[in-house]
Design a protein around this ligand. Structure first.
Ligand code: NAD
Length: 483
């Protein structure tokens, strides 16, 4: 069986205590690899290596750091297929999605931040009284990056790329549920030119490794993507140590369809994709579909017809639109949420059950795309993140009601809005309390833009220069040149 290792000080390291976790293929329910179940001792070694490496890395010209990121991107690109296979096997997602989204986006992240650091400039301010100020953006030293299982390499690189570009040494922890591609990436770091200790990857659980990174005094900043519950725990642990934190957390995103929408094929396809891409396991998925009453019946019929056509199947099959949910625990959570929706008075219009895919996938954790109607906006089904292939339909009368329902959860990550009325689109965009508002599109991403959520969906912004700002300390230098 494949045995993964930590990457510490440029070398593959077995966990000090010799403990391992099973890595399970969600499509088959079978373990295919073992991943280190590391602990505070492993983290301490990684932090020590990063502390030694950080000054040398920070002193390199930005072009050299950028070149390492670009070489890493090239190495991954040359292995796109094995990376896509690994991502699909590890997470249950269709291989077609790993090929078209996860791995290309990981490559793009590395290249984007290589360019961003080359383009980043400091500001200067000339004072009228004969002094000039300029700003230095200095690396922090050692930073921690902790990522989730839903877009494993995509989100892992979204953190480590700006951290490294900005001149920090990194101690990173991928999700223990999906460690495979981060491990693969780590095996390429030396060939890409990263000096030993600049990129360290420690595998293991949240309590075993995550907490040790968060509480280690030498780790100056923490970039975290995951659940709101874990985000709160990290914020609490970081607060007395006054560490910088960036938290990308859960969502309960609305897709709002007005009666003036142009219901083209492309619009319908995107709205369906926004609910069910990656089995609904994307923090940006629209899980509450708000539809204006005038078109509700017509829209529902067209929507159900399209969702019914989605194929749940073996992630390796090119025709599978949805694969397996990531783990047995998550499968139980999602199916439990569907049961709760029934108890809340929800009518299951479509799906609601486990899918038996058969063959090698007979033990896999597959769930039908599920559409539910009739749950009050205040019901738990419409308030709590499900993070699976489950969408609720909610009718509304006018803009005011749409806004009140859309904003009426503790979350504020992303909203999408479907309308042909330009004024309404702009009006709504200012009033929707979300970090991202998509108008007549979904998950259209420009990596230069600020990415993140409001309310319980997060703290801070990633992307573009925002990410570089997070991973650096700004220093004001003021020169009096009157004498
Ligand atoms: P999770 O919070 O359980 O775990 C995320 C990571 O944190 C994992 O690596 C885990 O091992 C680690 N961790 C767990 N407890 C920890 C602790 N006490 N200290 C430090 N690290 C700890 O989340 P998950 O189940 O892996 O991911 C799904 C969640 O992520 C969903 O809520 C989803 O909305 C969210 N998410 C958010 C975004 C975003 O950009 N806002 C993107 C993707 C996923």
């Amino acid at each position: 069986m494949l045995v993964l290792a930590n990457l510490i000080d440029g070398h593959a390291h077995a966990p000090r205590e010799g403990r391992y976790l099973d890595v399970v293929d969600p499509a088959t329910g079978q373990a295919f690899a073992r991943c280190p179940d590391s602990d505070a001792g492993d983290v301490a070694e990684a932090v020590a290596a990063a502390t030694r490496a950080a000054p040398g890395w920070a002193a390199l010209p930005v072009e050299v750091r950028a070149q390492c990121l670009r070489r890493l991107a090239d190495l991954v690109e040359a292995r796109l297929e094995p990376f896509a296979e690994a991502e699909s096997q590890d997470s249950g997602k269709p291989i077609a999605l790993a090929r078209s989204l996860d791995i290309p986006r990981a490559i793009a992240n590395l290249r984007f931040f290589a360019s961003a650091i080359e383009q980043w400039h400091g500001e200067s301010h000339a004072m009228t009284q004969g002094a000039i100020n300029y700003t230095l953006h200095l690396p922090l030293g050692v930073v921690g990056c902790i990522s989730p299982w839903n877009l494993p390499l995509y989100l892992f690189t979204w953190k480590i790329a700006p951290a490294l570009a900005a001149g920090n040494a990194v101690v990173a922890k991928p999700s223990e549920v999906t460690p495979y591609t981060a491990w693969l990436l780590g095996t390429l770091a030396a060939e890409a030119g990263f000096p030993p200790g600049v990129l360290n990857i420690v595998h293991g659980t949240g309590p075993g490794v995550g907490e040790s990174i968060v509480t280690h005094d030498a780790v100056k900043a923490l970039s975290f993507t995951g659940s709101t519950r874990t985000g709160v725990a990290i914020a609490s642990a970081a607060a007395p140590r006054l560490k910088k934190i960036s938290l990308e957390l859960g969502g309960k995103n609305p897709a709002i369809v007005f009666d003036d929408v142009d219901l083209s094929d492309e619009t319908m396809a995107t709205i369906v994709r926004s609910g069910f891409a990656n089995q609904g396991e994307i923090c940006l998925c629209g899980s509450r579909l708000l539809v204006q009453r005038g078109i509700y019946d017509r829209f529902r019929a067209a929507y159900l017809e399209r969702v019914r056509a989605l194929r749940v199947g073996d992630p390796r099959e090119p025709g599978s639109d949805l694969g397996a949910l990531v783990s047995q625990a998550h499968f139980e959570k999602v199916t439990g949420c569907i049961e709760r929706a029934r108890k809340e008075g929800g009518r299951i219009l479509l799906g609601g059950h486990r899918v038996s895919v058969g063959g090698r996938c007979s033990e896999g954790w597959f769930v039908e795309p599920t559409v539910i109607e009739g749950v009050a906006p205040s019901g738990a089904t419409n308030q709590e993140e499900i993070f699976g292939p489950v969408v609720t339909l909610i009718p509304f009368d006018d803009e005011a009601e749409a806004l009140s329902i859309a904003n009426g959860t503790p979350y504020g990550l992303a909203a999408s809005l479907w309308t042909s009325n330009l004024s309404r689109a702009h009006r709504m965009a200012t009033q929707l309390d979300f970090g991202i508002v998509w108008i007549n599109c979904w998950m259209l991403r420009d990596l230069r833009t600020p990415f993140g959520g409001s309310k319980q969906s997060g703290v801070g912004r990633e992307g573009g220069f925002d990410a570089l700002r997070f991973f650096t300390e700004a220093r004001n230098v003021c020169i009096d040149h009157r004498q």
